[in-house]
Design a protein around this ligand. Sequence first.
Ligand SMILES: C[S@@+](CC[C@H](N)C(=O)[O-])C[C@H]1O[C@@H](n2cnc3c(N)ncnc32)[C@H](O)[C@@H]1O
Length: 204
Amino acid sequence: MPHEEDADIRFFTGFCGVFETPSDRRVELDLGCGSGSYTSALCGLFPESRILAADVMLGRLRKVVRRCRRGHFDNVTVLRVEARYLISRLLPDRSVDRIHLLCPDPWPKGRHRGHRLLTSDFTSQLHRVLRDGGVFHFSSDDEYYRDAVGRVLASSGLFSPCDEAVADLAGIASDFEKRWLEEGKTVPHRAWRKLPLPPPGPGH
Ligand SMILES: C[S@@+](CC[C@H](N)C(=O)[O-])C[C@H]1O[C@@H](n2cnc3c(N)ncnc32)[C@H](O)[C@@H]1O
C-alpha cells in the first residue's frame, strides 16, 4: 500500500553521487533520527538552517515527515540512508555544521561491537564532512559506549571536547532519551569541536 509521506523522503538506493548541502546556510544533521522529535525541535529552533534527518527505518522516517508537516517546517530534508554510507560517501567535505548522534544503538555485547557507528574509521569521516569549527554531539545512556566514544575521539587527535557547543540545545530530549529518563536512567550529552588537520607526517 503506498504511503503518501514517501513523497517527502529522499531514497538512496545504489550509487547516488554526492549529496550537496546548502553552502549559504547552517546545516544540522540528526543522524539516526528515529521518529524525529529532536529533528522537529531543531527545525523549530533554527528556521534559517537546513536540518537533515537520516535513518534506515522507513516507518520512523514517515513519522518524522508527519511531525514536521504538523509543525509547518520547510527547512527539513528527510533521508532514508545508512549512516556510514551517508557520512563516508554521500556528504561532501566540509558540508555540515553539527552532527547529532543521539542515543544510538549501543550494541553492548562484545561480539556485536562492530555494529556500533562510532569507530575510529567513522571518526575521520565525521571530521571530513564537518565544516571548520563544526561540532559532533553525542548522547547515550550506556556508559561503556560513552567512554569508548570519548577514547576514540581523544585518540584521533581530530576533535577537542567542547560541551558548550551544544549548550543551546540543553533541555531538548530525543524520543529515546525521554524513554530512558522515564526509566530513571541518565543520558549525558557530550560534544567535541573539529580541530584543524595535523600536518602530514612522513609517509603521508
Ligand atoms: C535507539 S534509536 C535512537 C533514535 C533517536 N536518535 C532518538 O534518540 O530518539 C537508533 C536509531 O538509529 C537508527 N539506525 C541504527 N543504525 C543505523 C545506521 N547504520 N544508519 C542509519 N540509521 C541507523 C535506527 O533505525 C534507530 O531509529
